[in-house]
Design a protein around this ligand. Structure first.
Ligand code: DC
Length: 225
């Protein structure tokens, strides 16, 4: 196997920890490509809902996956050419996405796409299994966590700002359900990679988080500050 000459930064952690905020800001700051792997699972979930795919039918899943073309870039998420950036964040998708992400056929396809990107450019990728399964040799792995009540409030504020009709209790329940499903599934469950650095951002602002990660990158001589 040819060694990967590109730098891969893996940011994993629980739902609504602010992984994408820090990953996006970091990528922009150091000139890397940002990939939101959760958005890819959300796009697949949207397609499955739109086409009434039975999640227990492997053939139906295989056929559906063959029809999905994803174009996930920094600013928008295209599902078969259509911008679904807003749609994939709604509660209906959030309720089902963990179940879709637990399906091996789905993960195999998403991981192959993610690895192809990481083998062709410097990336910051956030998700649940980036440091453990997608890029086990990532040059830096961060494992993010935050107080569940703080995570629920953050997600609630985000959805209310987008005029979604949601309650804080509903969000808190969804987050705890996803934490459970993400950590208990058999396929690549969410867990901290042995060589990951923990970042608890309950009481850190985005600038403090960014500096924390940049200091690590600099100490590993991956960037010059
Ligand atoms: O990061 P997010 O909340 O948008 O992710 C949506 C779901 O996708 C989440 O419940 C777990 C799943 N996911 C995953 O299993 N593996 C990833 N690399 C990213 C997300």
């Amino acid at each position: 196997m040819v060694p990967n000459t590109f730098i891969n930064i893996a940011i994993d952690g629980y739902s609504s920890c602010g992984k994408s905020t820090i990953a996006k800001a970091l990528a922009k700051d150091i000139g890397f490509t940002y990939i939101d792997s959760g958005a890819m699972y959300r796009c697949v979930t949207l397609f499955f809902i739109q086409h009434n795919i039975d999640l227990s039918n492997d053939q139906a899943i295989t056929d559906a996956l063959a029809k999905i073309v994803l174009d996930v870039n920094e600013t928008e998420f295209l599902l078969n050419g259509k911008d679904v950036s807003n749609e994939i964040r709604n509660m209906q998708i959030s309720q089902l996405v963990s179940k879709v992400a637990a399906i091996k056929l789905v993960r195999t396809k998403m991981v192959a796409i993610q690895q192809a990107v990481g083998n062709s450019k410097n990336v910051v990728m956030d998700g649940r299994d980036i440091g453990t399964a997608v890029f086990p040799k990532a040059q830096l792995k961060i494992f993010m966590t935050a107080d569940p009540a703080i995570r629920a409030k953050r997600r609630y504020d985000e959805l209310i700002a987008k005029s979604e009709n949601v309650s804080l209790a509903e969000i808190a329940e969804n987050i705890s359900m996803r934490d459970y499903e993400d950590t208990h599934r058999s396929e690549s469950p969410l867990r901290q990679a042995e060589d990951a650095i923990v970042l608890d951002n309950s009481h850190l602002n985005p600038t403090e988080q960014l500096n924390f990660v940049k200091d690590l990158l600099s100490s590993r001589q991956l960037i010059a500050l």
